[in-house]
Structures are given as structure tokens and as C-alpha cells.
Design a protein around this ligand. Sequence first.
Ligand SMILES: Nc1ncnc2c1ncn2[C@@H]1O[C@H](COP(=O)(O)OP(=O)(O)OP(=O)(O)O)[C@@H](O)[C@H]1O
Length: 348
Amino acid sequence: MGSDGTDGGRTDGDRVLVLNPVSGDETRVDDVVELARDHGFEVRRTERSGDGKRLAHEAAVDAGLVAAAGGDGTIHEVVNGVFDADALGSTTVAVVPTGTGNNFATNVGIEGIEHAFEAIDRGRRRIIDLGIANDLAFVNSCVGGLTAEASDETSSESKRNLGVLAYVKTTLQTARSFDSLPLRVESAVGPDGERGRTWDGEALFVLVGNCRRFNGTRTAQANVEDGLFELTIVEAASAPELLGDAAFERLFGRDGKHIVRLRTPSLSIESGGEPVGYSLDGEILETERLVLETNPGALEVVVTESYRADPDADGTPWPLGRQLERKASNGVRSTRSKDDTGFTSRDN
Ligand SMILES: Nc1ncnc2c1ncn2[C@@H]1O[C@H](COP(=O)(O)OP(=O)(O)OP(=O)(O)O)[C@@H](O)[C@H]1O
């Protein structure tokens, strides 16, 4: 592997494709199987939820390249299979996008099925950060405050347009009475001297992004090679206030009034005894305490020439300053003195 992580010296070894045949509109399954065989892949099909992880785990023991044919849910399972097999150091992961949102594929510059196989053969690779939430890996994002129903009811079109924010919007629309979550968010002391921070208050959502364009808007993006998460807390506000499209855009945009942001390599989120639903790349996990850590440079993936690790590289600056900014103070009930960012600082 070159020092820039591209055009890997790692050989693909055996190639296995884990195929979710019920992903997306299911019309391209035969095409994927044919292309996969033409490109030297052994195809293993999932039959139920969880199979993607199991099949990827089994494959990663020997295979140098494991591809996931499906949407973000399938890539999530495949990455977790490779992670559980302790094979991140020896197995490259590729994505063949057949889902509806295909957020991760977009992030690595893969535009379609044929394009994915071309990219695999061209040999361009990058090593990216992996997010770890408790003991589960995620590539795109971890979002707290979503309901499980929202995950089922969110339309494909909405997912295409808004990414993970589509689930946020469905949650706001479908929850009869949407209570804010009393949360305590603590970030650790960073390796580059970042101070530990604490935010304590009422939140609607907590978004933790690992990968660029994790949420569909152009204003909250994550660099997937910097060893940091982009944390966004949406503070308590009345749901109807947030529901119009314009308000929704504003909420996550530069001028959002209820937004707290921070870049950090690790954090913990506690919800005071009540389990909260977190979506890891679209898969729901319920827990009272979540510990998130970046595993920098952990996952080798197939990318194309249009891949950029850093959203700033294409002229879209991180909107609120390099490290941290906060726009409003409603909902915060910290017992400690705060700086003007809304976080309290700790030295350890
Ligand atoms: N054979 C199968 N039958 C039923 N469910 C399956 C099967 N294989 C995988 N799954 C489930 O399908 C889901 C993943 O679907 P998919 O990859 O299309 O993700 P998605 O999150 O809907 O993606 P996108 O948002 O990109 O469309 C996972 O919950 C997985 O457990």
C-alpha cells in the first residue's frame, strides 16, 4: 500500500460477493450475479436479516476482497462481519450498489453496478476510518433519537434526497408526541490536544458522522480519513417548528438555531436510564449508554477517481469553524460553567 493509501499493494486474493437479493427494487440480481462471476467472484446470497454479517465473517477468514451487493444496510452487515472476523487488516471491502439510498457507494464514488466492478478491477483503494459504537462498527453515521417505525416508513425517494436525515424527518412526522431526550454527551480528550467536553441537556437528535455526505445536506459533512467524528446535537425545539422543508433545511444548515457541533475522536452518550434508539447506517440499536470511538485508518475500501476523503476539498467548507461552534442555548441545563460554545470543558 502506498503512503497515500491508493492503488493497494494488497492482493485481492479470493473474491467473495455477499448479495442481498431483496435490496432496492430487486431487478438487477441476475446482472449482479453474472458480472460477479465474470470478475472472478464466488457469490453467496443472504436469506434473512443477519446473513450478510455471518457470510462476510466466514468469507473474510480467507478472502482478500469481500464485496457487498445491496444498500447501506448490507454494507453495514458486511463491514461488521469483517470486523468481527478480526480481518480488517487483510480484507478489502467493496460495494456494489443495489439499494435505494446507497449513501456509502456515493461516498466512495461508485455510481452503479457496472461501475462498481470496473472500480474493483482498476485497483484504486483507500484506507478509511471506521466508527465503533459499543461493539458494532459503522461506516456512515450513527443517529440517536430515531424511532424504529421511522426506519420502516421512510420512503426510498426521501432516503435518496436526504440520506440519514430522511429518518429524522419521518420520526418528526410520525411520532405522535415526540419527547426530547435528556442526554449527556461527553467527548474525550483528543490526541491533538482537544479538550474533553460535556453537553448536558434536552436533545431531539444526536448525529455522529464518520463519512462525508452522511446526511444528504451539504452543510454537515465528515472527513472519513481524519480520525474524527462530526457530532451534531439538535437541541429541543417544538416538532411542528421543524417540519416544513425550509425549516428543516435551516435546522441543519449554517444558520440553524438549535444546533451544537463538535469534532471529536470519541464520545459517550447517556440517556439517564431510558433506552434510546440509535440508527447505525440505518440499522436500529436500542441502548441507554453508547460509547463511540473512531478506529482511524482501519478499513480498506475500493474507491474511484471521484472519491474525496475531505468534503472541504471540493469547496464545501465545514460551516462553523474547525473545531466547534454553537448557535443557541435553549434546552441546556448544565450544572457546570460553560464556555461560549455551550459545552463545558474538562482536562481529562
Ligand atoms: N434475504 C434477505 N431477506 C430479508 N431481509 C434481508 C435479506 N438480506 C438482508 N436483509 C436485510 O435487509 C436490510 C438491508 O437492506 P439494504 O442493503 O437494501 O439496506 P437499506 O438500509 O435499505 O439501504 P439503502 O438505504 O441504501 O437502500 C438489512 O436489515 C438486512 O438484514
